[in-house]
Design a protein around this ligand. Structure first.
Ligand code: NAD
Length: 500
């Protein structure tokens, strides 16, 4: 529905596609009105209780679309982390280790259902705190988080089928650290398999997005989990280090940047602790000349602009076959011009706010490096809100493999486009990266899909689609994207130790 009287229709022959869409596709605001039930100030969740931090320190969580404070978040210090691990150890010895798998499963089902019941409330909280469009938190993050709890609830009493003929036991107490791009979903990926396999957890959300994790503590309490089984502690990197180095942590499960992942690898080396690292990526999305072009354009758009490009497996390098590059880029530009950037709580928003000022600065710096190194920048001419941290959907043409924008993870709505002539050139370019998390292939030929999926060095390869997830499907990387898997049977095995 137009907000203003319709402009007189002019000839569009010489107009750029972005002007065409900008004029005609004006939507009325469609705000999501559900109450996120936020508190002014949050508590740590330790031993089944909401407690003030012994550190007495707090920091602000900021709404990235308004730059205003949303809530006060506790910064857990050493005494808090000690208390959390002590509670987890007691919870394990006293309750969780003694509970049969079918009873652990019942708790997980209960958590899944409670999360479903409060899904709209959590979706709004996630969008407010993190900046992601409500249609993504509502239709992707929340349903998938609940699905992970349902899925692993089903495994809890069937672990002998995950590792047939092998005797395995849980680690006991595990420390878990998660990033800011999918706060509640990453929490579900961590907590659900850990509990299903009989572990107790101390988990820390990222400092810019702690709210849904601290709200999730209410669900743990409502589900009546025995005290100490799940402990949720907030704080920044220093709190993360306390978790990593805590002697009671028998395994560390980390999702975040490759840089911090390497520091954790060094810190845990020789300690005997189990470790899984889910790190960064620089995925190639490879489009062959026999691909269904319009479908591939949609897949490439989704691959890079989903969640503002704050996605570890984002298809941030488009490799397009030279013979179709011109038409493909023209269609991409037209599609980019139709993306709506703005209020994360508006149901029509395609691209919400950048999670933090720090991340916006990083994106701007990397884009500036692309221009400086000679790549050609195209940006949507859409209007941006006057307040908040936003970035225009962007693409770079004329990118070479040595450009920083082709090598480094931008973690923003910026696509680097390279071309190739032959399948072997595509494979070589796609694999020419330090990372190995994901990749996409677009072609009409099944044989090409099979060849590419064996040749590409990536943990997940999508064919004629992108960013598809299912709790039954394992996810994880190679090379500097880390090791270990989340999801599926493999995700269970990473929380179990083989007993000789
Ligand atoms: P980050 O590494 O800066 O922070 C991740 C978490 O680690 C946060 O909770 C942070 O507080 C904590 N942390 C920071 N320094 C620490 C330290 N020295 N010791 C222990 N903990 C510490 O990453 P980020 O910016 O929050 O997240 C973005 C990164 O996460 C990207 O690189 C992205 O690709 C990656 N990621 C990977 C996956 C995956 O499954 N592979 C999924 C999501 C995000």
């Amino acid at each position: 529905m137009p907000t203003k009287s319709k402009p007189a229709r002019k000839s569009t022959r010489h107009r750029t596609p972005e002007l065409l869409f900008g004029d005609l596709w004006e939507f009325d605001p469609a705000p999501e009105l559900a109450d996120p039930k936020l508190k002014q100030s949050y508590s740590l969740y330790i031993n089944g209780q909401f407690v003030a931090p012994r550190s007495r320190k707090y920091f602000d969580s900021i709404n990235p679309s308004t730059e205003k404070q949303l809530a006060r978040i506790p910064a857990a210090g050493k005494a808090d982390i000690d208390a959390a691990f002590s509670a987890a150890q007691t919870g394990y010895n006293k309750y969780w280790a003694k509970l049969p798998g079918k009873d652990r499963g019942k708790y997980l089902y209960r958590i899944a259902r409670l999360l479903q019941d409060r899904s709209r409330e959590f979706a709004v909280a996630e969008s407010l705190d993190g900046g992601k469009p409500i249609k993504e938190s509502r239709d992707f993050d929340l349903p998938l988080a609940a699905a992970h709890f349902f899925y692993y609830a089903g495994w809890a009493d069937k672990l002998e089928y995950a590792l047939p003929g092998v005797s395995a036991k849980p680690y006991g107490v595990v420390g878990q650290i998660i990033p800011w791009n999918f706060p509640l979903l990453m929490l579900a990926w961590k907590i659900a398999p850990a509990l299903a396999t009989g572990n107790c957890v101390v988990i820390k959300p990222a400092e810019t997005t702690s709210i849904t994790a601290l709200k999730f503590a209410q669900i743990i309490q409502e589900a009546d989990l025995p005290p100490g089984v799940v402990n949720i502690v907030s704080g920044a990197g220093a709190t993360g280090q306390l978790i990593v180095n805590h002697p009671a942590a028998k395994k560390i499960a980390f999702t975040g940047s490759t840089e911090v992942g390497k520091a954790i690898l060094r810190a845990t080396a020789g300690s005997g602790k189990g470790l899984t690292l889910e790190l960064g990526g620089k995925a190639a999305n490879v489009v062959f000349d026999d691909a269904p072009i319009d479908q591939a354009v949609e897949g490439v758009i989704n691959g890079i602009f989903f969640n503002q490009g704050h996605v570890c497996c984002a298809g941030s390098r488009l490799l397009v076959q030279e013979s179709i590059a011109k038409v493909f880029v023209r269609k991409l530009k037209t599609r980019i011009a139709s993306l709506r950037v703005g209020d994360p709580l508006d149901k029509n928003t395609d691209i919400g706010a950048i999670n933090s000022k720090e991340q916006l600065d990083k994106i701007e710096q990397l884009v500036a490096s692309g221009v400086e190194e000679g790549a050609e920048l195209f940006q949507s001419s859409c209007s941006l809100p006057s307040q908040g941290w936003f970035y225009r959907p962007s693409l770079f043409l004329g990118v070479t493999q040595s450009h920083r924008i082709a090598r480094e993870e931008i973690f923003g709505p910026v696509l680097s486009i390279l071309t190739f002539r032959t399948i072997s050139e595509a494979i070589e370019k796609a694999n020419n990266t330090a990372y190995g998390l994901s990749a996409g292939v677009w072609t009409d030929k099944g044989s090409k899909i099979l060849k590419m999926s064996t040749a590409l060095q990536a943990g997940v390869i999508w064919a004629n689609t992108y960013n598809k997830f299912d709790p039954a499907s394992p996810f994880g990387g190679y090379k500097e994207s880390g090791f270990g898997r989340e999801g599926g049977k493999q995700g269970l095995c990473d929380y179990l130790k083989i007993v000789p």
